[in-house]
Design a protein around this ligand. Structure first.
Ligand code: XUL
Ligand code: CO
Length: 437
């Protein structure tokens, strides 16, 4: 029986449509810079929020009405939920999904039983993927919910926790490979600390690096050739997460010999928790060669935690898509809606409204970003700001033709610098606004 009988396939109806169950901007086959929108955006549904979010918060229990859920989370219930998930994604038209191992199948009493449960559900996931053509953007393992990971997983002071996490990631990699996943994500979970008094940071980071190397080795052994990602986040659940931001993660990857195997999965709300805008994180990862994928959501600047809201701000999506167009677009990555409906939005229909809004906002961002690039004015203004580096002294410095002594000679002779030009921030902002339609 259909879980969403009142909803048929969401269609593109154009900007004038007032149908809440239609796209106004996301037109999957429309070409932008010569490529269909669907291939630019590679939308993905996050199983943990969309299928497992209950709406609970520290002050009260879940509120979500999910009529397809049974009274207990049995394997049978989990298999049925998979069918609901694929009905939802098929109607929505998202080509990808992402999941944690524990999102899709219940844990058993032992690791062996848990793996058996997972296999049973993965079988149904595979059938549904074949039936619908929906693909796996990335898989991951939940190394943070179970109390065994109270002190972390790879960075736990308890070596057995490391071993359990290794076994869990081994299985998650096998499952991701089995389902043809394009990638595999490590989000740090509880890999961090609350106080340095009880924490050996150097040892914990070495263990984290060891864990990543073991994962890379095992992926090679089983022939999993998907892209590995680290997803930075500065805090929550721990006070200080080790994978703080893009720059920090890249340093970790380079320091421990992992750079060739990883890219980054950048999440908007994590960037703002780190005191950055998401475009800072994307640009940093991009020019360093680590731009991989996006967890699309947004935070609330009046709240200091990871609210994981659906993105509805066109400036935000424009900046994200500008960054990806600049660095050649997604290859293995995509736009994964790591976002949840509010506790107050508890009806199944809200899941559609939320994703439709996010997809439309990203489609608008893509079109605006492409228009900005086609126009070229912003880029010309930017290049003009750096014109002193294009010839003469600037070009010579960039070419490595100077040292401190030659620069001193140059400046002693000249006396002082050429006058600075205005930064024109307001004009730059006005030019961007010409494209926000
Ligand atoms: C947590 C978060 C995770 C990762 C996957 O803030 O973003 O859901 O995306 O583990
Ligand atoms: Co995320």
């Amino acid at each position: 029986m259909a879980a969403f009988p009142q909803v048929s396939k969401i269609a593109y109806e154009g900007p004038k449509s007032k149908n809440p169950l239609a796209f106004r901007h996301y037109n999957p086959d429309e070409l932008v810079e010569g490529k269909p929108m669907k291939d630019h955006l590679r939308f993905s549904v996050a199983y943990w929020h969309t299928m497992r979010g209950t709406g609970s918060d520290p002050f009260g229990p879940g509120t979500m009405l999910r009529p397809w859920e049974g009274p207990q989370d049995t394997v049978e219930n989990a298999c049925n939920r998979v069918r609901v998930a694929f009905e939802f994604m098929e109607k929505l038209g998202t080509p990808f999904f992402c999941f944690h191992d524990r999102d899709i199948a219940p844990e058993g009493k032992t690791l062996a039983e848990t793996n058996k449960n997972l296999d049973a559900v993965v079988k149904v996931v595979k059938e549904e993927m074949q039936r619908t053509g929906i693909r796996l953007l990335w898989g991951t393992a939940n190394l943070f919910s179970n109390p065994r990971y109270v002190h972390g997983a790879a960075t736990s002071p308890n070596a057995d926790a490391f071993a359990f996490a290794a076994a869990q990631v081994k299985k998650a990699l096998e499952v991701t490979k089995e389902l043809g996943g394009a990638g595999y994500v490590f989000w740090g979970g509880r890999e961090g600390y609350q106080t340095l008094w009880n924490t050996d940071m150097k040892r914990e980071l070495e263990h984290l690096a060891r864990f990543m190397h073991l994962a890379v080795d095992y992926a090679q052994k089983i022939g999993f050739d998907g892209q590995f990602y680290i997803e930075p986040k500065p805090k929550e659940p721990t006070k200080h997460q080790y994978d703080f931001d893009a720059a920090n993660c890249i340093n970790f990857l380079r320091a421990y010999g992992l750079a060739a195997h990883f890219k980054l999965n950048i999440e908007t709300n994590h960037a703002t928790l780190a005191g950055h805008d998401v475009e800072h994180e994307l640009e940093y990862a991009g020019h360093q060669g680590f731009l991989g994928s996006v967890d699309a959501n947004t935070g609330d600047l009046l709240l200091g935690w990871d609210t994981d809201q659906f993105p509805t701000n066109v400036y935000l999506t424009t900046k994200i898509m500008l960054a990806f167009l600049k660095y050649g677009g997604f290859t293995t990555g995509g736009v994964n809606f790591d976002a949840k409906v509010r506790r107050e939005s508890f009806e199944p229909a809200d899941l559609f409204y939320a994703h439709i809004g996010g997809m439309d906002t990203f489609a608008m961002g893509l079109k605006i970003a492409a228009a900005i690039r086609a126009d070229g004015e912003l880029d010309r203004m930017l290049r003009q700001r750096y014109a002193s580096w294009d010839s003469g002294l600037g070009a010579e410095i960039e070419a490595g033709k100077h040292d401190f002594e030659s620069l001193e000679r140059y400046m002693l002779q000249k006396g002082d610098i050429e006058p600075n030009a205005s930064g024109r921030q307001e004009l730059f902002e006005n030019v961007v606004n010409r494209f926000i339609f």
